[in-house]
Design a protein around this ligand. Structure first.
Ligand SMILES: [Fe+2]
Ligand SMILES: [Fe+2]
Length: 359
């Protein structure tokens, strides 16, 4: 079936354009790179992988429950709206939640592809252009991987949500070179990374979803580090007025992302009571924990790059995520890389055992 027929709700248009202006920048000095960025660039080149080879696409996937979502992580589970559903309808709710979430991952990856290419174009420093070029290739591979998983294994897609498309268009239509970093590398990628982590950790050992999420997260660890290094350097030299503008962007962006987590289109599409389900989701203890966990990758980075005025702290406090400021973002990234290496090791050992058994 062609992909466009897999959309539960047909997108308004298959093409989407975001108008922009700004400048393409060049630098003629080729030997002035910052050590940390060039190291990251080298790592980006060394760690490229091909999903055709690295992921075992022959693994079977249950299209109704592609990631193995437990009932406990369905935001309406246990509520009257859930109790009223038959087993079949409950399975359908779980299928749609996963298709919706994976679709947002896919659309987000395409946006990351466009944003990192934009950084290559507009960032003033050559070391950052070099690094962003490797990230552009990473994001193309991620979009390719999610698209294949959704079309071959899930067979269902949701269009991009309004809050996510608004944040992407705010990020891309701004002509200042640091905005794609702030919007994409810090906010959208930070949130996505935490969400990937939740799904990676619940996906059963040996499943296709586990492989795909683990390997994608290995790359994302570099992307977050890139945003942090580049912005920390340049924000240290900004005036308080310029910093205040960046803070406004972060505050608005975090509100949009919190709203993105609601997913009213799922209830609407399934013919359920949207108001009732949204209220349940907003009041759900599980969702409160999930929401604050999702900000665990954003809040420490915002603090680290120096956008830490009382206004920003108040926003995070009001959202119930201020305590995430002390989370160790670097340690989380190191963990993501280690988990991917361990998965590779375990899969290699499995192949060797199979070969030995065949001898
Ligand atoms: Fe990505
Ligand atoms: Fe990324």
């Amino acid at each position: 079936m062609p992909m466009r027929h897999m959309y539960t709700i047909p997108p308004n248009d298959i093409d989407w354009t975001v108008p922009r202006d700004g400048e393409s920048r060049f630098q003629w000095e080729y030997d002035e790179g910052r050590g940390r960025l060039l190291t990251l660039y080298q790592k980006g080149k060394d760690r490229q992988w091909d999903s055709v080879e690295r992921i075992d696409w022959s693994l079977e996937v249950d299209p109704l429950n592609p990631i193995g979502l437990p009932d406990a992580l369905v935001p309406i589970a246990g509520s009257p709206a859930w109790e009223r559903l038959s087993d079949e309808r409950r399975a359908m709710v779980k299928q749609h939640i996963q298709a919706w979430q994976l679709s947002q991952f896919l659309h987000g990856e395409q946006a990351a592809l466009v944003c990192s290419a934009r950084i290559v174009d507009t960032v003033p420093n050559l070391d950052a252009k070099f690094y962003a070029a490797t990230q552009t290739m990473d994001e193309a591979r991620h979009a390719e991987t999610y698209a294949r998983f959704l079309t071959e294994k899930v067979g269902m897609l949701y269009p991009i949500t309004d809050p996510l498309s608004r944040l992407i268009s705010d990020t891309l239509s701004d002509s200042r070179w640091d905005m794609p970093y702030l919007g994409m590398q810090v906010l959208i990628e930070g949130l996505a990374l935490a969400a990937f982590g939740v799904y990676r950790d619940i996906a059963p050992q040996g499943s296709l979803a586990k492989q795909l999420l683990t390997y994608i997260m290995q790359d994302e660890a570099r992307h977050v580090a890139f945003g942090r290094i580049a912005l920390k350097d340049s924000y240290a030299d900004m005036t308080s007025m310029e910093l205040a503008e960046r803070e406004d962007f972060v505050i608005e962006g975090c509100h949009l992302m919190r709203d993105r987590l609601r997913g009213p289109e799922i209830w609407e599409h399934l013919g359920m009571d949207v108001k009732e389900c949204t209220e349940i989701v907003d009041a759900s203890e599980m969702m409160r924990g999930y929401r604050s966990y999702l900000f665990s990758r954003i809040v420490p980075v915002v603090k680290d790059i120096g956008l830490w005025s009382p206004r920003v702290q108040d926003t995070f406090r009001e959202m119930g995520v201020l305590s995430m400021a002390d989370a160790d973002a670097e340690a989380m990234s190191r963990d993501d890389e280690r988990i991917a290496e361990e998965l590779d090791g375990a899969r290699r050992a499995e192949v060797e055992t199979t070969i030995d058994a065949g001898k």
